[in-house]
Design a protein around this ligand. Structure first.
Ligand code: SP5
Ligand code: ZN
Length: 340
């Protein structure tokens, strides 16, 4: 297994977010990725390489040019309007709005979905490197690797074609899938605790990238506005999107059964490549997720996915307790490795 990793993620270190109505220290910290890379080194899980491929052409295919150019200049606009600190919205675009604000406050509220995804003066640099990490991982599969890990930070699955939020700016897994789908059918399995509303949005009308997600019921859990089982794709994409919801505090076996169903769903699409959006916010120690997956369960994940015998790229999403995140991820990798 080859890991793609860049230290540039450290450039993204926002100080605060609004969580459950309170302003708190930001949970999506550099220490998360550092704990994961340390564990990969400690356990000698394979080589660790920097990203070498540009994500630029793929970003243009996956995201709207309006959002990308806004994200690239958001911090500059923020400072130009006299603000110090991190760019965050205080007002959001209303449904059916047609106006195009030019002020940074109006612009940011047209793309941001929450108060948890601040833009610092160096966020964009880290975001581009995170995107490059996923795309470089996808290139490894094209070069014949059976199994690679994109150690992305910031994460990506809550970023849609023209919206960002949930700690995500560009959709790393979608960028990888977009590259791979030029070479054959792709299936994305999203096993973060939260629904990947961004990834669903990006591929909703397409069948060349199937998307299946196992997540806590959005009726009671972030991101609330998508992730329902009735959402099955549209047009050509009808049938290529599947949401499997579980109660927020489901038993581990309930979650694992849902994953088995997700894997069966991808088989119907005969993928040549698998992209796994892996969030470790499903683990017992996580401060956001309310599941209690343990090491045996993570070993089962790698086994179930590895047994498909399809070239697989894992892309890091959530996981906010760094030791639990690193240990759980290592268990997935080790058990997947054993199936090769
Ligand atoms: C990539 C990813 O995992 N993003 C998650 C962002 C979640 N932000 C909103 C969290 C709301 C949590 N409310 C319940 C907390 C229980 N104390
Ligand atoms: Zn999550």
């Amino acid at each position: 297994m080859i890991t793609i990793y860049s230290m540039a993620h450290r450039l993204h270190d926002p100080s605060w977010e609004v969580l459950d109505g309170e302003r708190v220290a930001h949970l999506e910290k550099p220490g998360r990725a550092e704990a994961v890379v340390d564990r990969i080194r400690e356990l000698s899980l394979g080589p660790i390489r920097p990203p070498e491929k540009s994500p630029k052409a793929l970003i243009e295919r996956v995201h709207s040019s309006e959002m990308v150019s806004f994200l690239a200049k958001a911090s500059t606009l923020w400072q130009a309007s006299g603000r110090t600190g991190e760019a965050t919205p205080y007002v959001w675009r209303q449904p059916r709005a047609t106006g195009r604000p030019s002020h940074v406050d109006g612009l940011i509220g047209s793309f941001a979905t929450d108060l948890a995804t601040p833009i610092t003066s160096t966020t964009w640099e880290a975001v581009l490197e995170s995107a490059a990490t996923a795309v470089s991982g996808a290139h490894l599969l094209l070069a014949g690797e059976p199994f690679a890990f994109a150690l992305c930070r910031p994460p990506g699955h809550h970023a849609g074609r023209d919206f960002y939020g949930g700690y995500c700016y560009l959709n790393n897994a979608a960028l990888a899938a977009e590259l791979l789908c030029d070479h054959g059918q792709v299936a994305i399995i999203d096993i973060d605790y939260h629904h990947g509303n961004g990834t669903q949005d990006i591929f909703y009308h397409r069948n060349d990238v199937a998307y299946v997600s196992v997540h806590a019921d959005p009726a009671t859990t972030f991101p609330y506005y998508s992730g329902y089982p009735s959402e099955r794709g549209e047009g050509q994409g009808f049938g290529a999107n599947r949401n499997i919801t579980i109660p927020a505090q489901a038993a581990n076996q309930v979650w694992l059964n849902a994953l088995e169903n997700a894997v069966v769903f991808t088989r119907r699409h005969r993928p040549r490549f698998l992209v796994i959006s892996i969030g470790l916010d499903t683990c017992a120690a996580d401060p956001l997720g309310q599941l209690t997956l343990r090491s045996v369960d993570y070993a089962r994940i790698g086994e179930l996915i590895g047994r498909e015998g399809v070239p697989t790229l894992y892309v890091l999403e959530g996981g906010y307790e760094k030791h639990g995140t690193a240990a759980s991820l290592a268990n997935v990798i080790l058990s997947h490795q054993e199936t090769l």
